[in-house]
Design a protein around this ligand. Structure first.
Ligand SMILES: Nc1ncnc2c1ncn2[C@@H]1O[C@H](COP(=O)(O)OP(=O)(O)OP(=O)(O)O)[C@@H](O)[C@H]1O
Ligand SMILES: [Mg+2]
Ligand SMILES: [Zn+2]
Length: 506
């Protein structure tokens, strides 16, 4: 056999493409040529393969070898092609029966000692193999649990190249099969029971969860801003299957899956530090752009603590994903898009000195305070529906013996409100009030005239812009859903306006 073919998957962002690897082994001086748009990391496969083959007690062909990766137009990155490359070369050299044309898809990196090492992005790769009509994949044993998340695929794990070769030569039991993974219940995170007082902050958090609204928490150090933000994922509904698969795939490409790789059911929570680079937050890196914190927060929460401390470039870069729910990254190697539909929580102290007791110990001038908060640009804050000022926790609240409400109780109200919204919005294709388009809001979902007097006078006094009004109405619908009423009344509209304007006035 001089020509053989093995299949692999190339990833561009989350998008996987079937890559056929053809190897031709012929007589002539020993050479190795690789064509079909491999990048440097793929070309290095030759050296890994040779060492892995020799250290697996197999022969490395001392012949003229040509390897072609098709389609040639698709850029190929990374080390996950190693396994398919090795199989194609060995089969072309007559050391293995050649894999069938519609045979298994091989994914994995080779170690010099012949070990098969885990790679990033196995979940989206297996999904792509399935979409390409393949029903069998062979992956590194370390990625088996992740690969097995894809239903109706035959997946096997391999720990050593020698085992895979033996398997392909017909020896039984050389591969690892996925045992039925019992998915553990998501571990409960921090509970709202621990948050003392802060009724306003708790209410805003519940409203944010129920409607998918962005939230800005403003207040002195130690008031509980971080505590509240950390508790948002715990009151959000668990992700439905399709979304869980998508979120898990992003974390797979980012190399952020927990070991054992159960499906991520809980909405993710990302809180990048303000010193993190733009690439760490929005995504990037050399070669193939990797997802950043905003994509790891997809369908979950992105918390920017001490938000004014973030570089202004980073804050500006959030605007595109806030509008479109995705981020496009441009790199020399090509353009990559990742989903980034996150719920944003911003937290800020009133001033850069961050004195814990509020105003008394503060040494900042009013100019410094204004400049500090103005780093959160208008266009960014304008996209945030809920603005809340927290005050320091009072002594009475801290000493109160009555336990606060638990996350489970709040989560059940959130679930009920989400169901009401989903049913009402069914015809629009949206599920959350935060996503209702402005036009639809004014035509189809307009509260009664009598409920709007507060909004009208705020518009007249210039306290509210047209866009601000849309945001107030979206929140008013969420408040109606939480209250179990079918349409927002004056109570809901006025509370929604308070939730938008209170923090702005502060
Ligand atoms: N409302 C609260 N209930 C219970 N504990 C609280 C509350 N607020 C603050 N604490 C205590 O203070 C600590 C700091 O709270 P947290 O980090 O949430 O404050 P913060 O507002 O984020 O402050 P900073 O601006 O310094 O980040 C918490 O770990 C907790 O022990
Ligand atoms: Mg904090
Ligand atoms: Zn100060």
């Amino acid at each position: 056999m001089a020509l053989a073919c093995a299949a692999a998957i190339g990833l561009l962002g989350l998008q996987g493409h079937l890559v056929e690897i053809e190897a031709d082994v012929g007589d002539g001086l020993p050479t190795f040529t690789m064509v079909g748009l491999p990048d440097a990391s793929v070309r290095e496969a030759r050296d890994r393969m040779r060492a892995a083959v020799v250290n697996s007690q197999l022969r490395w062909p001392q012949r003229r070898m040509t390897v072609n990766l098709t389609p040639a137009t698709l850029p190929k990155h990374g080390s996950a092609f190693d396994l398919a490359l090795a199989i194609a070369v060995l089969a072309a050299n007559g050391d293995l029966p050649p894999p069938a044309r519609d045979g298994p898809v091989f994914l994995g990196e080779l170690g010099l000692d012949g070990a098969v090492r885990p790679v990033l992005g196995v979940l989206p790769a297996v999904l792509a193999a399935q979409a390409a009509g393949r029903d069998r994949v062979i992956v590194p044993a370390g990625n088996l649990a992740e690969a097995a998340l894809v239903p109706a695929m035959s997946v096997s794990g391999v720990t050593r190249l020698a085992d895979l070769v033996a398997h392909l030569r017909g020896e039984p039991d050389r591969l690892v099969t996925a045992s039925a993974v019992v998915e553990p219940l998501p571990v409960p995170g921090a509970d709202l029971r621990d948050v003392v007082g802060q009724a306003g902050g708790r209410r805003a958090l519940e409203v944010a969860a129920a409607g998918g609204h962005h939230l800005y928490l403003h207040g002195p150090p130690g008031a509980g801003k971080t505590m509240l933000a950390e508790r948002l994922p715990g009151i959000l509904p668990l992700l439905p299957d399709e979304e869980a698969l998508e979120v898990t795939a992003i974390h797979s490409v980012a190399g952020a899956l927990p070991p054992g790789a159960p499906m991520l059911r809980r909405p993710p929570y990302e809180s990048p530090h303000h010193t993190a680079s733009a690439a760490a937050i929005v995504g990037g890196g050399s070669g193939l752009a990797r997802p950043g914190a905003i994509s790891r927060a997809h369908r979950g929460v992105l918390f920017l603590d001490e938000a004014p401390e973030f570089a202004s470039g980073v804050l500006d870069a959030l605007r595109q994903p806030l509008e479109s729910g995705q981020i496009t990254l441009h790199r020399a190697a090509g353009r990559t898009a990742y989903p980034a539909a996150f719920q944003l929580i911003l937290a800020a102290n009133p001033c850069p000195c961050a004195s814990p007791s509020g105003d008394q110990a503060c040494v900042c001038t009013s100019w410094m305070r204004r400049r500090y908060l103005s780093r959160l640009s208008g266009p960014l804050l304008d996209r945030v529906d809920l603005h809340v000022t927290l005050l320091p926790v009072t002594r009475q609240a801290l000493l109160a013996t009555e336990p606060a409400e638990s996350s489970a109780t709040v989560a059940s109200r959130v679930r009920a409100a989400r169901t009401a919204a989903r049913e009402r919005l069914a015809e629009t294709g949206q599920t959350r009030n935060a996503d209702i388009p402005g036009a639809a809001l004014r035509r189809r979902w307009r509260p009664a005239r009598s409920a709007m007097s507060g909004v009208e006078s705020a518009l007249d006094r210039g306290l509210l812009s047209a866009r601000g009004m849309d945001r107030v109405l979206r929140v008013a619908w969420t408040l109606a859903d939480l209250a179990g009423v079918t349409v927002p009344g004056p109570l809901e509209v006025d509370e929604a306006m308070g939730l938008r304007l209170r923090g702005l006035a502060a």
